[in-house]
Write a new protein. Structure first.
Length: 63
């Protein structure tokens, strides 16, 4: 993962705990998870819309 070893990841994790506190971490992780879920949902909707437009264009060309 980005060329980071276990030691580097542990140091980063410890810094995050010091900055935000252990009680705030689950809240931050939940917010991040919701954000990623919404992003994936929006991306999927855009892809479906684009595919629908492509299908409609191909249908018109064949007529």
């Amino acid at each position: 993962m980005f060329g980071l070893g276990v030691q580097e990841l542990m140091i980063i994790f410890l810094i995050i705990i010091v900055l935000f506190g252990a009680k705030k971490l689950p809240e931050l992780a939940g917010g991040l998870g919701k954000g990623i879920k919404e992003f994936k949902k929006a991306t999927k909707e855009v892809e479906e819309d684009d595919q629908q437009k492509i299908d409609e264009g191909e249908k018109k060309e064949s007529e």
